[in-house]
Design a protein around this ligand. Sequence first.
Ligand code: GTP
Ligand code: MG
Length: 384
Amino acid sequence: MSLTLADDERYCFTVEWYEEMAARVRQFQFFYFVKAQSIEMYDIKNRKMFLRTSVKENNISPADLYLGNSINVCGRLLNIVDYGDDYTRRKLSAKKERTLGMIKPDAVDKLGQILDKICQKGFLISRLRMCRMNRNQALSFYQEHQSKPFLNALLDYVTSGPVVTFEIVGENAVGAWREAIGPTDPSAARKTAPTSIRAQYGQDVTFNAVHGSSDPGAAAREIEFFFPSSGPVPPNTARVGNCTCCIIKPSAVKAGMAGKIISAITEAGFQVGATQMFTLEKANAEEFLEVYKGVVHEYSAMVVELTSGPCLVLEICAPEGSPPVAPAFRELAGPTDPEIARHLRPRTLRALFGSDKIKNAIHCTDLPDDGQLEVEYFFRILDR
Ligand code: GTP
Ligand code: MG
């Protein structure tokens, strides 16, 4: 789903930045120059150049340029709210179709495997949230099935536990995702589409593991249902009890390792109590990593890494009655430096998935007492 760009192209968007110091939203024209590999921002209200920077320094690629995405430019989290000109709209809107995917309750324990498969099929997940629907919410989500004989079975099913919902962005996303999940009935899928997700993870026509929007109109409605710009959403599932926090870092998410990391975590006997994708503002990353400030000299680089794209935050829990989860999870995470981890503890997450001390695949809570605090920071404070 990559874009092919002519040499001298320029893309233009309207972006918004919430300036915390002044508690106001500022609007900019955002330009992406393909050949020069540069970015420019003009302050719309003050009619002047705001900043000019390189694409490379900000780790931004054309794949990141779609409506609704948040990108980090020089530490500022910018929300892409609209196309800035007709050329950009014409050129990109077809390539940036969106759809809603959902892992249904019976398949949430296969989250890692299914995410890995989604990634291997080349899909880009732009937003993701584990949540739990009540019956009214499920009924509203499935409004087109109100008069179907299977409605009650369907509502029982999707409210029986957490679901993981996500937005996929890309060319022909609606059709491509429907094809990837396969026919509604998994036994039919196993015959006609054996590599589809329902063929591999579904049980029967009710318990069929995943959902996909049926057309672009339904996709827009369903994305708005789970990811509205304001208003209530089905709540996240964080339990905040015996838990610890794991962040799959932006570089690992970008490298497509999230699914494999989650599989390694669950295969080691841990539970994922909640998960959500966040793109962090510099101020939030600094606040979150504050305990390392002045303690580890990589602090600044850690902030840069944590704000360099979407990260996947996990609440890690253990089955009821287990000893404290934080120390056990640190064992699985392994030494901070992946090089050292590969020598001393080759089966740990950092040894398997990290590349260097900064891009070391995951953050995990250091002190047992901080586990709950870090989980609360994401799932009680940052989750709107
Ligand atoms: P979704 O992507 O989940 O919307 O599936 P779909 O579009 O392939 O199927 P449809 O929208 O027709 O049905 C929605 C969901 O209802 C299905 O995914 C199943 O979970 C369930 N369902 C569909 N048909 C039947 C059926 O005949 N019997 C039962 N018990 N459940 C059904
Ligand atoms: Mg449907």
